[in-house]
Design a protein. Structure first.
Length: 394
């Protein structure tokens, strides 16, 4: 299944094209199986996706390596152009994480996709054939992937016609795996105690003459769902949000005069989410720099494994009325230890600089790194702001 996050990921891949073809290394990184992404990618295209590579000339091939999550994840970037006899081009982009195909995206620009094995046209049998071909590929290159016995059992239990849209797929589940399937896409997700685990999935889509694929099913282990229920976390996080507000002073411009304003919670709204985060996801120099500046994600006191997913609960609590451009408070808490990853104001472009005395227990500011970047931009535009939060000195 292609989830909404995968759709966003497909868009983001286009942003990697420049670095993909600039960061070129002459020597590939050899994985556990003895093969690099440069070896695997063309075979994946032909033997699994069924593309006829004899119809193309491969040009602009690029390969690069970087390291993420504190250096524990080796990321191979690999891509090239497929040019047909008429000059039509197809872009192929990919990233392999520790040898796993984290994502692969194939998109014709001026060319077409030519197949030796026709792509799925809506039948479960054809989709199953794609999966069986991938199992053979994974065995060849030492990729630990979805349990084929369970996966094929789920596929055998699909009945009736498949939905056309991958956004509203048919779902079939077992105790530890879910299948999401539509006419031109399907995917598997890990299930623990009835909960689908984000980041531990396998999926492929043939849509609009494009192919997207990922296999991160066995890239990560799972720590567990954590110590919170949703109700317990919501209460815990809201107490943090109120403590944060009690330790801060909010001001708003009223007809040219800065007036202190108290947050109003009488009609508060909240959005609560649950994520599974790789243990060293925020172990980066960028996040460390943010922490030194009072922003970033607090990793807490626990040393977490880079290849294990850990629970993190997130919440946005919205004031009854925004205070200028500050809508409320955002909170993130590690679900394994109850340590606070971040707790700070939540706003949108234009809210001003604020200060906080840090009196709430175990808290650091702004967990979402994208939010951090936005706030830093906002701070640069402070002269145009009409609202700010001032530190309350004791």
């Amino acid at each position: 299944m292609v989830r909404k996050c995968d759709i966003v990921g497909m868009f983001l891949t286009s942003l990697l094209v420049f670095s993909l073809f600039v960061s070129v290394c002459s020597v590939g990184v050899v994985g556990v199986s003895g093969f690099t992404a440069k070896d695997k990618l063309p075979v994946l295209l032909s033997d699994v996706f069924g593309l006829d590579l004899s119809k193309y000339t491969i040009t602009n091939d690029g390969y690069g390596v970087r390291y993420e999550d504190g250096g524990y994840i080796e990321v191979e970037q690999c891509g090239f152009k497929l040019v047909d006899e008429n000059g039509g081009m197809v872009s192929v982009m990919s990233e392999f994480y520790n040898g796993f195909p984290e994502w692969v995206f194939i998109s014709p620009s001026t060319g077409s996709l030519y197949y030796v094995i026709e792509p799925p046209d809506g039948s479960v049998e054809q989709l199953r054939n794609v999966f069986e071909r991938y199992v053979i590929f994974a065995e060849k290159y030492g990729i630990d992937t979805v349990d084929a016995t369970v996966a094929l059992d789920l596929l055998s239990r699909v009945s009736g016609s498949l939905p056309r849209s991958e956004l509203s797929p048919t779902k079939v589940s077992s105790d530890n795996m879910s299948l999401y399937i539509s006419q031109r896409s399907f995917g598997f997700g890990c299930v623990i105690d009835g909960f689908d685990i984000p980041n531990k999935t396998w999926g492929i889509t043939f849509n609009n003459d494009r192919i997207s694929f990922h296999d991160r099913f066995e890239l990560y282990g799972v720590w567990g769902l954590g110590v919170f229920s949703e109700e317990e976390f919501t209460s815990f996080a809201f107490d943090l949000a109120k403590k944060f507000c009690d330790a801060s002073v909010f001001y708003e411009d009223k007809y040219g005069v800065m007036v202190e304003v108290k947050p109003d919670w009488s009609k508060k709204r909240s959005d609560v989410g649950f994520l599974m985060i790789p243990g060293q996801f925020y172990n980066s120099s960028r996040n460390n720099n943010f922490l030194e500046q009072g922003t970033g994600v607090n990793m807490g006191s626990t040393v977490r494994d880079a290849l294990t997913l850990y629970p993190m609960w997130t919440a946005n609590f919205y004031f009854s009325q925004p205070i200028g451009n500050i809508e409320g408070i955002q909170v993130g808490v590690w679900g394994d230890t109850k340590e606070v990853a971040y707790c700070d104001v939540n706003g949108f472009l234009g809210n001003s600089q604020y200060f906080h005395d840090g009196s709430s227990d175990n808290q650091s500011n702004f967990g979402d790194l994208l939010g951090v970047v936005i706030i830093l931009i906002v701070i640069a535009a402070i002269v145009a702001a009409v609202v700010f939060v001032k530190k309350k000195y004791k």
